[in-house]
Write a protein that binds this ligand. Structure first.
Ligand code: NDP
Length: 254
């Protein structure tokens, strides 16, 4: 039995049109999975489809806003129409509004919480309906170093990412009986659009990350391909509720 083969599997990746989501989607595609890219920007969706098709994967892009309940519902309907099922869900869509805690208003707070945390509840709920029928499933939720640490500019983001880890544990314990494994991945500092903006907004961030990361570099989206394949395949069937760091050692550095 190949513990890492995903032939015939169907994966929905929210935020799969760039950054870490695309890095994970490429890993799954290389392992044989069909991919559903779920994000808002049609141009980026199209480019991601081309990149994934070049790896010989079957790919569908569904324009999705994970903050909207109906949009998430439509995503799973279209995925099932195109591929018959959904075996893997990666709740990866995310964003940040960098403010001091006292500067948030309810809209900026809700934007972060809805995009990063509530979306995972919605998509997991619709994925569960499919997975429970087929008797198996894999859900991967994307946390962050802010699932563990705090930062002055990240109270909403840290709340959402701490919440993701606890949400992961709750779903893992609820759905183990359905043979659905739910795990979290906590990336370190990865070079994407999100952190490029962060590096502009937070002075000294780039240097601090390099100094603290034992691997001595920023992470790359492709660094997440391996963990995505592992948590999607048979090799992780007895792993559930875990939070796995992919951080070049950032979180173990004293
Ligand atoms: P990017 O900004 O590169 O990607 C974010 C993705 O989320 C895009 O594909 C974007 O697509 C999508 N997205 C954002 N809002 C929505 C929405 N409302 N509906 C649907 N899709 C949405 O960031 P990263 O790749 O860096 O981030 C991916 C995940 O990894 C996030 O959850 C982030 O918090 C997390 N993370 C990132 C780290 C890093 O260092 N980069 C570290 C730790 C965690 P579109 O705009 O087209 O909708």
């Amino acid at each position: 039995m190949d513990l890492f083969a995903l032939h015939g599997r169907v994966a929905v990746v929210t935020g799969g049109n760039g950054g870490i989501g695309l890095g994970m989607a490429k890993g799954l595609a290389r392992a044989g999975a069909s991919i559903v890219v779920a994000a808002r920007d049609p141009k980026k969706n199209k480019a991601a489809v081309r990149e994934l098709e070049a790896l010989s994967a079957k790919v569908l892009a569904v324009e999705t806003d994970v903050r909207q309940t109906e949009s998430c519902q439509t995503l799973f309907r279209k995925a099932a129409q195109a591929f018959g099922t959904v075996d893997i869900l990666i709740n990866n869509a995310g964003m940040n509004v960098r403010l001091q805690p006292e500067e948030y208003d309810i809209d900026s707070w809700n934007t972060v919480l809805e995009t990063n945390l509530t979306s995972a509840m919605l998509c997991s709920k619709y994925a569960h309906q499919v997975m429970v029928r087929q008797g198996a499933g894999k859900i991967i939720n994307i946390g962050s170093m802010m699932s563990i640490f705090g930062a002055p500019f990240a109270s909403a983001y840290a709340a959402s990412k701490g919440g993701i880890v606890q949400f992961t544990k709750a779903c893992a314990s609820a759905w183990a009986k359905d043979n659905i494994q739910v795990n979290a991945v906590l990336p370190g500092w990865i070079d994407t659009d999100l952190t490029r903006r962060g590096r502009k907004e937070v002075s000294g961030l780039h240097e601090r990350v390099l100094a603290r990361t034992p691997a001595g570099r920023w992470g790359d989206p492709d660094d997440h391909a391996g963990v995505a394949i592992f948590l999607s395949g048979k090799g992780s069937d007895f792993i559930t509720g875990a939070a796995i760091t992919v951080d070049g050692g950032f979180s173990i550095q004293a």
